[in-house]
Design a binder for this molecule. Structure first.
Ligand code: F6R
Length: 588
């Protein structure tokens, strides 16, 4: 979702530096962008809807600027709603991520005091509130602190005053990270945007306020405005490869990275997995929470835990967690699954669990994300940055982590590692032999359908949910995943002659039952697409995947990813940035 960036330092082409930084935040998802620079005697604002693309513009040399990529929440996708937003005198520029829940009352109070707000967003109230604080004689830090404490909800704001060579940042839940470098100081919603500018990073915490200037950052306790020292400074590591390389898009690149990501996890995460397994063993109750794809991984994890180590794990969509599990206590372990570590529903669920006295753990891909920093026990997925909006390599890495953890709980860690390595080899086979091309052919037919169903049983039911999610979010075909046994309780009414039905049919205890479900769909004219290691005459099309035993869910994830990918290409959709979706869902 929205991306935030700011620079203050030695005079330079700040405008294009901001554009370059915003491009690194593009993967979060956005529909418009904008920047503000302190020019000689005015605030220069440049905004537009759509993508930044390869844009370079002629901007004046400046010593500070802020920028923003917007994912619309309040107000349509028009340039006037793009950030930065300004005060009545065009002295203050503000970029914001989050939702100001009480914006309507703040807006009407400001308007009754004579302010003219230029956008329909919830964000521009910040500029006008800061304007009033400055007019009352407060310095910029105190002005932003007082303003921020009036905002309800989870928000991150960066406020620039064109009359001062400094700007101020504050946050609640929405992430902000500060970069300290030779030529100036920077702030962004994601460390990935700070690489060109920073040697050291400081992660801003909720109760802090940062005043950034050319020589560094002054941190304050936000309520008392007492100066404090950063809890920790982190060296910027080597630049991660975030290019597409020779791939046409990030989706195909990240799909193909999965075998190596799984092998890396087995090699490097053993100790972290053992600690998580010990925490599971010590708990009376284990609950997995996650959203979307991570929620599907959690659901698969519950089956894997039951089968591998006999633990009965509860699962909850993170956004629903607050409404249940009221009786949790210290005997409970709540394990959050998240690629970004910034999904606000996940962070909320963890805050709720902490309040109820539960112990907290995470399976997370992004090091130093808010989730990573807030738990006692965590396994890092180590897949590298996932740039495509679709979760692919993080999903199979989550499944592998759950399988490895369940195996460690059962005292069979080596068997778990062997299973994951077998799955990695099997995925390699799916990706390099003719299977990929066969999936492309099937996707060409599927792309002409309006509806599609995916069925599975047992641990393959979450796989069906995930395959359907992958297909629908990128191809925009209405795809639904079902537990095959549920078909005749209603869903079967939707099947018409020619409706594509993907059947996850591995060679295990679910095979006989899933073939019965497939027969019911076939009798209604469904076009049956089997996925498994053994063909069956019932299938009109078949996607062969090598058998990987207990690790089959990792392998059967690939056909869903590729069906979605090729159907998206066939329909002319952008595989990396599906409409309406954001990578990091930082609002409720
Ligand atoms: C689907 C997808 C989303 C995410 C969900 C959770 O491809 O990407 O469903 O899985 O928004 O995100 P994280 O894992 O970052 O918490």
């Amino acid at each position: 979702m929205c991306g935030v960036f700011g620079f203050v330092g030695q005079p330079t082409d700040v405008g294009n530096a901001v554009l370059t930084a915003l491009k690194t935040l593009e993967y979060r998802g956005y529909d418009s962008w904008g920047l503000a620079l302190s020019a000689a005697d005015h605030l220069l604002i440049d905004k537009d809807v759509g993508r930044i693309n390869g844009r370079r513009r002629v901007y004046p040399i400046s010593s500070q600027g802020i920028g923003h990529t917007r994912w619309a929440t309040h107000g349509g996708v028009v340039a006037a709603n793009a950030h930065p937003h300004v005060d009545c005198f065009r002295r203050i520029a503000v970029v914001h991520n989050g939702i100001i829940e009480n914006h309507a009352e703040l807006r009407s109070a400001l308007e009754s005091r004579g302010h003219k707000l230029e956008s329909d967003t919830d964000s521009d109230v910040v500029a006008h509130l800061v304007e009033e604080e400055l007019a009352a004689g407060r310095d910029l830090g105190a002005a932003v602190s007082n303003t921020f404490s009036q905002l309800d909800g989870y928000n991150a704001v960066v406020v620039m005053d064109r009359l001062q060579q400094r700007f101020v940042a504050a946050k609640r839940v929405s992430p902000l990270v500060i970069g300290l470098g030779e030529y100036g100081s920077t702030v962004a919603s994601d460390a990935i945007a700070l690489h060109d500018h920073a040697d050291e990073l400081v992660y801003l915490e909720d109760d802090q306020l940062a005043v950034l200037h050319a020589r560094g950052v002054d941190l304050y306790d936000r309520s008392s405005m007492r100066q404090i020292t950063p809890i920790s400074r982190v060296q910027v590591g080597p630049r991660e490869d975030i290019d597409r390389g020779d791939y046409p898009d990030f989706l195909s690149k990240e799909v193909s990275e999965q075998p190596e990501a799984l092998r890396r996890l087995v090699r490097e995460a053993r100790d972290e997995i053992q600690v998580l397994a010990d925490a599971v063993r010590a708990s009376g109750k284990v609950i997995f929470v996650g959203c979307g794809t991570a929620g599907n991984a959690a659901a698969a994890g519950a089956y894997l835990f039951s089968e591998i180590c006999g633990h009965d794990v509860t699962i909850a969509p993170a956004s629903e967690f607050r409404y249940r599990s009221q009786s949790l206590g210290p005997e409970a372990l709540v394990v959050a699954l998240s690629q970004s570590g910034e999904t606000v529903d996940v962070l909320d669920a963890m805050a709720e669990a902490r309040n109820r006295g539960a112990r907290l753990a995470a399976i997370v891909n992004t090091p130093r994300s808010t989730l990573d920093r807030s738990v006692e026990t965590r396994v890092l997925l180590r897949t590298g940055t996932e740039q495509c909006v679709l979760a692919t390599k993080s999903y199979t890495a989550m499944l592998a982590t759950l399988l490895l953890t369940a195996s460690a709980v059962a005292g069979r860690s080596s068997a778990g590692s062997e299973a994951v390595l077998r799955a990695a080899d099997a995925i390699d086979e799916v990706l390099v032999n003719g299977t990929r091309e066969r999936i492309r052919g099937i996707a060409t037919t599927v792309a002409r359908s309006e509806h599609l169903f995916v069925i599975g049983r047992g641990v393959h039911y979450p796989s069906a949910l995930e395959a359907a999610l992958k297909i629908k979010e990128v191809s925009y075909i209405h795809a639904e995943g079902f537990a095959a046994g549920e078909l005749k309780h209603g869903v079967i009414a939707l099947v018409e002659p020619g409706t594509p039905c993907v059947v996850l049919c591995p060679d295990d205890q679910t095979r006989t039952d899933i073939l019965s479900g497939a027969a019911e769909l076939k009798s209604r004219g469904g076009h049956m697409i089997g996925v498994g290691s053994i063909e069956d005459p019932i299938f009109d099309d078949f996607i062969p995947v090598p058998d990987a035993g207990i690790a089959n869910p990792l392998v059967e994830a690939i056909p869903g990813q590729l069906l979605g990918y090729f159907a998206a290409l066939e329909r002319g959709n952008d595989p990396d940035r599906p409409r309406n979706l954001a990578k990091s869902v930082t609002v409720k």
